[in-house]
Design a protein around this ligand. Structure first.
Ligand SMILES: [Zn+2]
Ligand SMILES: [Zn+2]
Length: 344
């Protein structure tokens, strides 16, 4: 299969980011990404999507109700091709309208903690009773960073040692994902930068935390396609959205070591499946994970760890039905979080 790396949560000057679409595309290309999706707050920007050299830039939106107190429920929408922000007071109405248009929706940073650094309340999800969405953002780089860093001074220091400020998805976010996926419900996990290119300053110290290019080398979403991209934006967009909708994807923190080449497979009799796929139980099912570099590999089945191995591979026979996903830590930090394979 063809692997493509992208980032699907970032802001431009159309909301609170500091780069234009063209600058975002350039930064993404320098970071080695294949595609990005811009998600400005409550504005769908028309006429800028397309190929910028070899980088495919698509335009989605991050929708939330600006008048809500407290702020919460940020929803990422991809492929609606129209402005849905007027529906923001009802997240369910946004999801329903997006579904009618064949678009994808993800609960952005569903678990958040108050940030002393950004002087922001937690912007997680309160109205978790919504239904019909595609998935959840299990790891948001800037959301994690803001929660873990107490002051601007710490932030400025970490600008020189960026990975020191991150550890991985919040355990509560993974727990929520497993709960939402229970009972065979398909909830696709994605990761994103939430890049803004904001500058923080303290007296004479002034530093961008973090530049777009750095963030595009950190928490990305990798997808697998059956065929290579064609160079036609409409066709390629459909292929990328199909892979995301089907959960044929993993979240990789590539700054800890490229996650390209990661593989997770289930085999049962003559059947086999990878991320987002399913196999039926013809006796025992073999699950096999392989990673491009050494790590602490875990296979999580129905929310609990069913196998562990240190190295570049992990293999496990299972007999129970359910959703099985892989997670890999490297040096104690989150590195790879795959979407599940479903065993019937
Ligand atoms: Zn947000
Ligand atoms: Zn955002």
């Amino acid at each position: 299969m063809i692997e493509l790396v992208g980032n699907m949560h970032l802001h431009t000057v159309y909301s609170d980011g500091t780069a234009t679409h063209c600058q975002v595309a350039q930064a993404a290309a320098r970071a080695g990404l294949d595609w990005v999706i811009v998600t400005d707050h409550n504005i769908w920007v028309k006429g800028v999507a397309g190929y910028y050299d070899n980088l495919l830039l698509l335009v989605g939106e991050e929708i939330h109700d600006c008048r809500r107190v407290p702020q919460a429920n940020h929803l990422l929408v991809y492929g609606a091709d129209c402005e849905l922000a007027p529906l923001a007071p009802s997240p369910q109405a946004v999801i329903d309208a997006a579904n009618e248009r064949g678009a994808l929706t993800f609960l952005a940073h569903p678990v958040e903690y108050t940030s002393r650094l950004a002087n922001e309340d937690a912007l997680g999800w309160i109205n978790l009773e919504v239904t019909g969405y595609t998935g959840v953002e299990i790891w948001n780089y800037m959301s994690e960073f803001k929660a873990r860093i107490p002051t601007v001074l710490h932030a400025l220091a970490y600008a020189y040692l960026p990975t020191a400020g991150i550890r991985g998805p919040f355990p509560a976010a993974l727990e929520l994902w497993d709960q939402l996926s229970a009972g065979g419900r398909r909830v696709v996990g994605i990761g994103g930068a939430d890049a803004h290119g904001s500058t923080y300053s303290l007296g004479p110290l002034r530093r961008t935390i973090f530049p777009y290019e750095y963030l595009f080398s950190a928490v990305n979403t990798h997808i697998l396609l059956e065929n290579p991209l064609t160079g036609d934006m409409t066709a390629d967009r459909a292929m990328i959205f199909d892979a995301l909708r089907g959960g044929c994807a993993w979240v990789g923190c590539d700054v800890l070591g490229s996650t390209c080449g990661f593989w997770f497979e289930a085999r049962s009799g003559l059947e086999s499946a990878t991320l987002g796929g399913e196999v039926s139980r013809a006796g025992a099912v073999t699950l096999e994970v392989s990673t491009p570099l050494r790590g602490d590999i875990q296979i999580v089945g129905n929310g609990r760890v069913v196998a562990r191995a240190s190295g570049r591979a992990c293999r496990q026979l299972i007999t129970e039905a359910g959703a099985y996903r892989a997670q890999v830590y490297r040096g104690g930090k989150g590195w790879i979080f795959s979407n599940p394979i479903f065993v019937r």
